[in-house]
Design a protein around this ligand. Structure first.
Ligand code: GLN
Length: 187
C-alpha cells in the first residue's frame, strides 16, 4: 500500500512513521511532479492551513490534489488538513480544496485552551486519545457528511465518502487505531 503524504509544511513525518510502522510505504508530495505517481491513499497533515493552502496553489499542486480526491482516493486529513479540505471556513476566509461539505471553525478553542488532551469515542473505531493543538472543529456538517466524534458537544471527526477529517492529531499519540482504520477500511 502506497500512501502519499502532503509534505509542504507541518507534521507530515509523524504520519509517515505511524503508517510505515503499519506496513505502508510512504511518498512525500513536495512539488507538482510528485503528483504524477500512483498512490492508494493521501494524508493531509496538521500545521498551518493558510501556509499550506498558499503553498499548494503556488506550487501548482491544488488542481491535481482536487482531482485525485474527487476521483475517490482515500484521504486522512488532520487539523490544518481538515481546514484545507472543508468547503466553508467560518469567518469568510475562502476555502482551499473545498471538497468536504462542512463548515470548519479555525482556532476554535481560542488562545487559552489552544492545546489539550482528551479521550473520546470515534464511531466505528473506538475510544482514542485526542491531542488538540490550536485545533479547528466542525461547526456544521452539510450534505452527506457524517459526524464520527464529538468532544464537549463540538464535532471533532467527520467522514464523507473517501474523506476522513479530524480536529486532533492521531499521529502524535501511541495509539494507531485511526491510521489502522484508514489503511484497512478506507484504502
Ligand atoms: N491553527 C492551525 C490552522 O488554522 C491548525 C493547527 C494544527 O494543524 N495543529 O491552520
Amino acid at each position: 500500500m502506497k500512501i502519499a503524504v502532503l509534505a509542504v509544511q507541518g507534521a507530515f513525518i509523524e504520519h509517515e512513521k505511524v503508517l510505515e510502522s503499519l506496513g505502508a510505504e510512504c511518498i512525500e508530495l513536495r512539488k507538482k511532479e510528485d503528483l504524477e505517481q500512483d498512490f492508494d491513499g493521501l494524508v493531509l497533515p496538521g500545521g498551518e492551513s493558510t501556509v499550506q493552502g498558499k503553498l499548494i496553489k503556488e506550487l501548482g499542486m491544488e488542481e491535481e490534489l482536487k482531482k485525485r480526491i474527487q476521483s475517490g482516493i482515500p484521504v486522512l486529513a488532520t487539523c490544518a488538513g481538515m481546514i484545507l479540505l472543508a468547503d466553508e471556513i467560518e469567518g469568510g476566509e475562502s476555502a482551499h480544496l473545498g471538497l468536504l461539505p462542512a463548515v470548519v471553525k479555525r482556532n476554535a478553542y481560542g488562545r487559552q485552551l489552544g492545546s489539550f488532551y482528551t479521550e473520546a469515542e470515534v464511531e466505528g473505531i473506538g475510544t482514542v486519545p485526542m491531542t488538540f493543538i490550536r485545533a479547528p472543529y466542525i461547526e456544521k456538517v452539510k450534505g452527506d457528511t457524517e459526524v464520527l466524534a464529538q468532544v464537549d458537544g463540538n464535532i471533532v471527526a467527520v467522514k464523507n465518502k473517501n474523506m476522513l477529517a479530524l480536529s486532533f492529531h492521531p499521529e502524535l499519540d501511541e495509539d494507531k487505531s485511526i491510521h489502522e482504520y484508514f489503511l484497512k477500511e478506507l484504502c
